[in-house]
Design a protein around this ligand. Sequence first.
Ligand code: AVI
Length: 323
Amino acid sequence: MNNAGSEDRLQDQQPSRQTFLDDVVTGLSASQKWLSPMYFYDEAGSKLFDRICELPEYYLTRTELQIMGEHLPEMADAIGPRALLIEPGSGSSLKTRRLLAALHDPAAYVPVEISREHLMNAVSSLRSEFPGIEILPVCADFTSDFDIPEPASGEVKRRLIYFPGSTIGNFPIDEAAELLATMRKKIDAGGGLLIGVDLRKDAVVLEKAYNDHEGVTGRFNLNLLHRINQELGADFDLERFRHRAVWNDENSRIEMHLVSDGEQSVTIGGQDFHFVDDEYILTEYSHKFTFSGFEKLAREGGWTVRQVWTDNREYFSVQYLEP
Ligand code: AVI
C-alpha cells in the first residue's frame, strides 16, 4: 500500500558540498570561530548522538521518554484525531514511535532529517512497524524552507509539529524565536506544537551530561572536524584539538568548544585558518530554560503554552503549544 520502497516519495533537499564549505569558511573567518551544530549529524555523528542518548550522565533522553511514557494518553487527547505529524530533525525517530502508537488515527508522519542515511534507515523500520501509517520523508535542513508533503488519501484535521529532545535549545535565542515563528507559519490556526524543553538545573549535573566519562560527547564534537577533512579535503589534526563543554550561567547554556592545542594552521578549500594556543571553535549552544523563560520565547514565536508535563525533579519538560 503506501509504504513501498524506502526511497519512494523522498523529498531530497540535503545541503550541497558547496553550502557546507561556505558555512565552514564563514564560521572560521569570524573573530570568534564557530561551526554550525547542524553539521554534527553525518552518519557517524548521528550514530554517536544515539550513543549519547543512552549515556548515564545524559539525563535528557531518558527523562523525556519517562515523561512521554507517563503522559502519552493526555498528549494524544490534546492533539486529537487525524493529525499530520511533522518532526523536524527526526534522527532515528525513537520517541516518535511511542507518540505514533498513542495518537488517535494519525493522518501521516513526515520525518524531516538532514542525514539521508539516518533518515532512510529510520523510515524503513518505521514502515514495517507502522504499516498502516503513511510515512512521507523529507531530507532537508529543517531551518530551510522545505515543503510539507500531503498524504495521498484521508482527511487531515490538523498539522502537529513534534520537536522533542530540546533541540530548540541549540539555537541562539533570537534564532530560536524565529524558528518557532517559522513553525507557526507551517501550520494553520488549528495546528499545534509538542516540544521537549530542557530545564535549568545544577551546573554540576549539566556539565557532566556534556563531559561524559566514556568520552562519547568528545568524539561527537571532534567528528565535525573529521567530517570537514573527509568531505572538504581539509587538514585538521584531530590530535591537536580537544573537546570542552562549559556552563555559561549568565546566558543559561552549555557551550561546546573545540580547543586548539598549541598554535597551528588549517587549510580548507585553499584558504588558511590560523589558531593561537587555546583558541577555540564554538560548536554548540545548549540553552536550558525556566518555565517562564520558555513561555516568553514561545510567545515571541507566536505560540501560547497550553500544557506542561515534567518529571518529579523538574529536569525536563514536554510542552504543548497552540497558536
Ligand atoms: C540535539 N541536542 C538537543 C543535543 C543537546 O543536548 O543539546 C545535542 C548534544 N550535544 C552534546 N550532547 C548532545
